[in-house]
Design a protein around this ligand. Structure first.
Ligand SMILES: [Zn+2]
Length: 119
């Protein structure tokens, strides 16, 4: 196994742990806001609703990252890691170093980000 590969496995594992902690914090935050809502006046109730929406949005973002990382872990385990999920080409090493959970090669990512411009 290449040393770079082992390092990536470690990074994905580490980040999954961080994500689990962050998700728990966000969930606690969201439920705290919910409890507050029952005891506050109308104006701060608006704030509470807004705060809760933000906490939920944050949870959703973290969950998305968690799914990305779990998918990367799955690909690492099955030897499919480092290949683009769209075109099956090898993903650039620098790109993997920047984000070990990256799914697409640079070209496919650009096509997904700007579908109108490239079609
Ligand atoms: Zn690709």
């Amino acid at each position: 196994m290449q040393p770079a590969f082992t390092a990536l496995v470690q990074r994905v594992t580490d980040e999954l742990q961080q994500v689990a902690v962050a998700l728990q914090q966000a969930a606690e935050e969201a439920s705290t806001v919910e409890l507050d809502q029952t005891s506050v006046g109308r104006l701060s109730r608006m704030d509470a609703i807004q705060q809760q929406a933000m906490a939920q949005e944050r949870q959703e973002r973290i969950r998305m990252r968690q799914r990305q990382l779990l998918a990367a872990q799955d690909r690492l385990a099955h030897g499919a890691y480092g290949r683009c999920c769209e075109c099956d080409e090898d993903i650039d090493q620098d790109r993997l170093q920047q984000d070990p959970a990256v799914v697409f090669c640079m070209t496919c990512q650009m096509q997904r980000d700007q579908p109108d411009r490239l079609r």
